[in-house]
Design a protein. Structure first.
Length: 141
């Protein structure tokens, strides 16, 4: 990103906060660990690996950017249902990360997820939970 910025240009990037600071995803990761193994769980952990602000600042500064700042924003994740949330990960994200599950395992995980994530279901059936992210800003010298 630094390479394509003009001198003096500013950059803004959003990354997920640490997994342990998200409400529902740690439960889904544990479910995947138990029912699909460590590769599936690690694939779902991947988007959260830049959650440590000190490491994030060091990464951007190490890339030659200046005036690096990080603000944490508390957002709300919303999905139409538990099934929609988990199925998106099982059929969408995991294959992107090289993890492919057979149909029977997917169905078993979807069934178990209904109980494991039930605390995040609103009255209208939507899944709603806290999903914090870091907003990183920096400048190219």
């Amino acid at each position: 990103m630094r390479r394509v910025l003009e001198p003096g240009a500013k950059l803004a990037v959003a990354v997920w906060e640490s997994l342990e600071n998200s409400d529902a995803y740690p439960i889904e990761v544990e479910l995947l660990e138990r029912m699909a193994g460590p590769a599936a769980a690690d694939a779902l952990r991947a988007p959260f690996v830049l959650g440590d602000t000190d490491d994030l600042i060091a990464l951007f500064e190490g890339a030659g950017l200046e005036s690096v700042g990080v603000e944490t924003a508390n957002g709300t994740a919303r999905f139409p249902s538990i099934r929609a949330m988990v199925e998106a990960d099982l059929r969408g994200w995991l294959p992107v990360m090289g993890v492919f599950l057979d149909e029977k395992r997917i169905q078993n995980i979807l069934e178990e997820a209904e109980t494991a994530l039930a605390q995040y279901v609103a009255e209208n059936g939507e899944v709603v939970f806290n999903a914090p992210a870091h907003i990183v800003t920096a400048t190219r010298s």
